[in-house]
Design a protein around this ligand. Structure first.
Ligand SMILES: Cc1ncc(COP(=O)(O)O)c(C=O)c1O
Length: 376
C-alpha cells in the first residue's frame, strides 16, 4: 500500500525503543516521568468527578473553571492572559501537535534545538516543513548562541521551538536569553513555540523565565504531567495571545473533539489545592541530581554540568564509541539510559540519564556505568 510521504519519513522515537531493551532486573534511568503519584486531593477529585457524573463530552477548549484557573496562574508571566487564551489539550504532546499543524506547511523552515525533545522534528516533518537545527552545547551550558541562530534564519523561517528547562539537557534560559530570542523572532516574524512543561522543576533558586511576554506570536506549551506526576492522565494546555488560537481550536476539535472530562476536574483540584507535594518532589529531585552529577563526574571519561531544571543529566563522554552502541553495552550490563543522539546530531557523545527514580537505583546505575566505563 502506498502511504503518505510524510509518514514514511517519520519513525517512533528512540526513547520508546529503549523500553524494549529493559529486562525485569534492569536499573532504568531512561524514563521521562516522575516516580511519584499525583497528590491525594487530586486523586480524590478524579474519583469524585467520575462518581458525580462528569463523564460526558465537554467544551472543545476545555472546562471553563480550569481555563480560568490556568489563566490566573499564567498572569505571573503576562498579566492580560484570560481564559480565552487557553486551550486544554491531551498532554503537552497534543498542544505541540496542533501548533505544528496550524503553523507550518511545505516550503517553511523551522528552527529546532539540537539536542531537543523528540517530538519537535517529526511534528515539523509531518506538517511537510523543513526542520533546521540549532546547536546546544555543554560548553555554552546548553543555551543557544544568538549569532548562530541569526545565521540559520532565511526568508522561509516561520518558527522556532524553545524548551527551558530542557529535556534532554536540563539547561535553563535566563532572562537575557529569552529577550534575545524574542527580539530575533519579532524582527523576523517568527512564531515561538515555547515548551515550558518543566516550569516547576527547577533548582538552586534559578529563575524560571517564560517566553510569554509582550510578543504575541508565542505559544506556551504546558502540561500537568510532570508537575503533578500524572503523565498517564494525559492532560496539558497551551496559552497564546496570538490570533492563531481560533485555528488552533479548529485543529484541536478535529483532533480530539474535547479533553477528558473527569481528568479536567482533577487538574482543577491540582491547581487550586496545596502545592506542597510539588515542592517536596522537586526537593527530592534536587538531592538526586546532586548524587548523579557527583557520581558521573567521579567516573573517568565523563563530564556532567549540573542541570538547572527538569530531571535529566546529560553528561559528555570521551570514549571512542557511538552513544547508541554505548547504550547497548550498558543495557547488556543491566542499565537502561538513552543515547544523546536520539535527540539530534549534537547529542552524539552524550548519554541521557533520568534521575526520576530512587537514590538507591541511581547509585546502582552509576556503579554499572563505572564498571562498563573501565573496559572502554
Ligand atoms: C520537553 C517535553 N515537552 C513535552 C512533553 C510531553 O509531555 P505530556 O504530553 O505528557 O504533557 C514531554 C514529555 O516527556 C517533554 O519532556
Amino acid at each position: 500500500m502506498t502511504l503518505a510521504k510524510t509518514i514514511n519519513d517519520v519513525d517512533i522515537s528512540g526513547l520508546r525503543k529503549m523500553f524494549d531493551l529493559a529486562r525485569s532486573d534492569s536499573i532504568n534511568l531512561g524514563l521521562g516521568e516522575p516516580d511519584f503519584n499525583p497528590p491525594e486531593n487530586v486523586k480524590d477529585a478524579l474519583k469524585d468527578a467520575i462518581d458525580s457524573g462528569h463523564n460526558k463530552y465537554g467544551s472543545s477548549p476545555g472546562l471553563l473553571p480550569l481555563r480560568e484557573a490556568i489563566a490566573e496562574k499564567t498572569k505571573i508571566h503576562r498579566d492580560d492572559i484570560t481564559q480565552d487564551d487557553v486551550i486544554v489539550t491531551i498532554g503537552g504532546t497534543e498542544a505541540l501537535w496542533i501548533s505544528s499543524q496550524v503553523l507550518f506547511q511545505p516550503g517553511d523552515e523551522v528552527l529546532i534545538p539540537d539536542p531537543g525533545f523528540v517530538l519537535y522534528t517529526p511534528h515539523v516533518q509531518l506538517a511537510g516543513a523543513k526542520p533546521v537545527f540549532y546547536p546546544l552545547v555543554q560548553d555554552n551550558e546548553f543555551v543557544p548562541d544568538i549569532e548562530v541562530l541569526k545565521e540559520l534564519i532565511t526568508d522561509k523561517t516561520k518558527g522556532i521551538y524553545v524548551n527551558s528547562p530542557s529535556n534532554p539537557t536540563g539547561g535553563v534560559f535566563c532572562r537575557d536569553d529569552v529577550k534575545a530570542i524574542t527580539d530575533l523572532a519579532r524582527d523576523n516574524n517568527m512564531t515561538i513555540i515555547s515548551d515550558e512543561v518543566y516550569e516547576h522543576v527547577i533548582y538552586d533558586d534559578c529563575e524560571f523565565c517564560s517566553f510569554l511576554g509582550d510578543y504575541d506570536n508565542v505559544i506556551q506549551i504546558h502540561s500537568f504531567s510532570k508537575t503533578y506526576a500524572m503523565t498517564g492522565w494525559r492532560l496539558g494546555y497551551l496559552v497564546t495571545k496570538s490570533d492563531i488560537k481560533k485555528k488552533l481550536i479548529v485543529m484541536h476539535y478535529h483532533n480530539i473533539a474535547c479533553p477528558t472530562s473527569p481528568f479536567m476536574h482533577a487538574a482543577l483540584a491540582a491547581l487550586k489545592g496545596p502545592q506542597d507535594s510539588v515542592a517536596k518532589m522537586v526537593a527530592e529531585f534536587k538531592t538526586r541530581r546532586d548524587i548523579i552529577v557527583n557520581e558521573l563526574n567521579s567516573i573517568d571519561g565523563f563530564k556532567c554540568i549540573p542541570p538547572k531544571g527538569a530531571f535529566y543529566a546529560f553528561p559528555k563522554f570521551e570514549f571512542d564509541i557511538k552513544a547508541a552502541d554505548l547504550v547497548m553495552k550498558l543495557a547488556e550490563a543491566g542499565l537502561i539510559c538513552t543515547h544523546g543522539s536520539a535527540f539530534g546530531e549534537h547529542g552524539e557523545g552524550h548519554l541521557r540519564f533520568s534521575y526520576a527514580t530512587s537514590q538507591e537505583n541511581i547509585q546502582k546505575g552509576m556503579e554499572i556505568l563505572g564498571n562498563v566505563a573501565k573496559d572502554l
